[in-house]
Design a protein around this ligand. Structure first.
Ligand code: PMP
Length: 376
């Protein structure tokens, strides 16, 4: 018999105290996993100049549009290939590794979340920088993994010696976000080499805009996992494709965790489009070249306007102005329909992150900034 005693339910929720009604925790709440979620950048509904989530301003490779056009909805009746073989093989070919060394997922967020679950199971703290991709702390909290956050140096570079201490794993992005700074491969190798009893994850979401990848070290170190994404240089954030490359043993463990969670993470459209994107190396390289060119021009413009910024090797700039408050500037830009990212918080309260858009988008940004600075 369904029995609902509304009066007693209300009595449980609200109790009268000296300061009036207050909320009382229901018994079941004790069993709920409470998390402070990651906050993604805004996706404005109206037309805007969107420089806030590090998307690529150019379309994906033309083969992607063709593949989508040729797709037959009839094929959606069936489950996709649980092994995502076509995409795994295409990536393995591209990066000169074996398919057993490649793991794919729904964006690198999914791949990284699976890596945290699979590799970080020690009682010792995992290590990641004090200023970095804010999702790492969210996953550590979600999975209840202890963590410590060594400080970046005054110029926002990694201090490699801070990663020599005992730990339950290490993760950092290279280039780092939101600082945009790239660490030379020697620094990365030093950290991997000093941590052969832990797994080291190098999150290379932005590596295509920077320098040498830690993929070069994969065969040398069996404790290394490199994670990359289709969201940035491959222009496919909306398709949600990410991948990890490492030794076959680690990849097998990742797949075991994945199959214990959801066998079919990759949908058919993503698999098909992902393969087409990887096939077109020329388009990929040309897109990167254009973004780097705009980034370097934008640095010169920023300098002229008196901004300080890090030596970005990513598709975004991390900027600060000695004379203008970053939050106020962020809000003024937003009013104008120009979206950039601002977090506030320790050490970075005077910084904004600006994604490198097209030359035209960046010109609109600089035209507004010039006016803003002249008015004050
Ligand atoms: N790592 C870093 C450092 C990022 O900035 C991002 C983008 N927010 C990601 C991973 C996740 O990207 P995606 O899930 O789109 O692959």
């Amino acid at each position: 018999m369904l029995f609902l005693n509304l009066k007693s339910l209300q009595k449980n929720i609200f109790k009268e105290g000296s300061k009036g009604a207050f909320l009382v925790m229901r018994e079941f709440e004790k069993n709920i996993r409470k998390v402070k979620p990651y906050v993604p950048g805004e996706q404005p509904r109206q037309k805007a100049i969107k420089l806030n989530t590090n998307e690529n301003p150019y379309p994906p490779a033309p083969g992607v549009a063709r593949a989508l056009k040729d797709m037959d909805a009839e094929s959606f009746r069936l489950y996709p290939d649980p092994e995502a073989s076509a995409l795994v093989e295409e990536l393995a070919g591209y990066y000169h590794v074996r398919p057993e060394q490649v793991f794919v997922g729904v964006g690198s967020d999914d791949v990284l979340a699976m890596c945290f679950l699979t590799f970080f199971n020690s009682k010792k703290p995992i290590l990641f920088p004090d200023i970095t991709y804010s999702f790492y702390e969210v996953w550590a909290e979600l999975y209840r993994i202890p963590y410590e956050r060594p400080a970046l140096d005054a110029e926002f570079h990694l201090v490699k010696e801070d990663y020599y201490r005992e730990n339950g794993g290490v993760i950092f992005p290279n280039p780092n976000a939101p600082t945009a700074l790239y660490e030379e491969l020697g620094v990365v190798e030093d950290i991997v080499a000093h941590n052969q009893d832990s797994i080291v994850i190098v999150d290379e979401a932005y590596i295509d805009f920077a320098g040498r990848s830690a993929l070069e070290l994969i065969d040398k170190y069996d404790n290394l996992i490199v994670v990359q994404t289709f969201s940035k240089a491959r222009s496919m954030a909306g398709m949600r494709i990410g991948y990890a490359i490492g030794g076959p043993v680690l990849i097998r463990y990742l797949n075991d965790a994945k199959y214990s969670f959801n066998s079919y993470t990759m949908n058919q459209a993503s698999l098909l489009c992902g393969v087409e994107a990887v096939k077109d190396k020329e388009y990929f390289e040309e897109g990167i070249r254009k973004i780097i060119e705009t980034r370097e021009w934008a640095k010169r413009e920023l300098k002229e306007l008196g901004f300080h910024f890090t030596a970005s090797q990513a598709n975004f700039l991390f900027v600060s102005h000695p004379a203008y408050d970053a939050r106020e500037l962020f809000e003024a830009l937003r009013e104008e329909g120009i979206y950039v990212r601002y977090w506030g918080g320790r050490r970075i309260s005077q910084y904004m992150r600006i994604t490198v858009g097209t030359r035209e988008e960046m010109e609109a940004l600089f035209s507004f900034l010039r006016g803003y600075i002249m008015e004050r």
